[in-house]
Design a protein around this ligand. Sequence first.
Ligand SMILES: C[S@@+](CC[C@H](N)C(=O)[O-])C[C@H]1O[C@@H](n2cnc3c(N)ncnc32)[C@H](O)[C@@H]1O
Length: 235
Amino acid sequence: MLRQFLRSRRKAKRVAADEALDALLKDDHGRFAYLASLEQECADSSLIGLLEDALKLPGDVVECGVFRGASLRRIAKTVGDIAPDRTIFGLDSFEGFPEGGITEEDTQRFRSETRLMGKFKDADDVPDRLSRFGKTFGLKIDLRKGYFENTLPGIADRQFCFLHIDCDTYAGHKEVLEALYDRLTPGATIVLDDYNDEAWPGATKAVDEFLGPLGVEIKQSTAREEPAWYAIKPV
Ligand SMILES: C[S@@+](CC[C@H](N)C(=O)[O-])C[C@H]1O[C@@H](n2cnc3c(N)ncnc32)[C@H](O)[C@@H]1O
């Protein structure tokens, strides 16, 4: 009961913050302010530094794990500035993890399967907001709503120069890497948001199990204030 109350209060706060951003889209002054704040976020983000380099290679851009679109907005703005012909794919259920998506690799003391399954449930309003954002700034955002098992096959014919994995779980990381690694341009960058995160031990395990045998090294970029774990697909 208390957990439900806290969750709906958190959702209300997040929606209010996004509504404030939406309101900025309505006039030139607001749009300018919106872009200026995104620009600052990008300047602080090593993920964005890595993306800027990756865009020198051919291919689209994909994020697996969008939630309310914080990183997708930064990614899309950067792609729009540097390579506006590229598409930014965003894959998410917008309703959290699939049934059975949390496995023993993810759970630990104080973080039961039931508790983790309750996360990220409340993002049903996000696709419309991100579409408005994309249209306003002329960005080619292509959102694929659904569980990865259903949406990954739909982008299996594309080529990517940049993949951002931010889906937390062991199973999610495995699914994404298995479906998309072969679709990456040699030299492409994979940013691993949950790597080395104690809260999600399954993410590190899945990445090590998949990339380790391929001899792909995982590194950390500290080029900007906000660091990022990443890997480069060997050429
Ligand atoms: C940590 S959040 C993403 C945060 C986001 N990148 C940001 O910048 O705020 C993780 C997201 O992954 C999504 N997700 C995890 N596993 C998934 C799966 N198997 N299929 C679809 N979405 C999934 C969840 O719905 C959740 O929105």
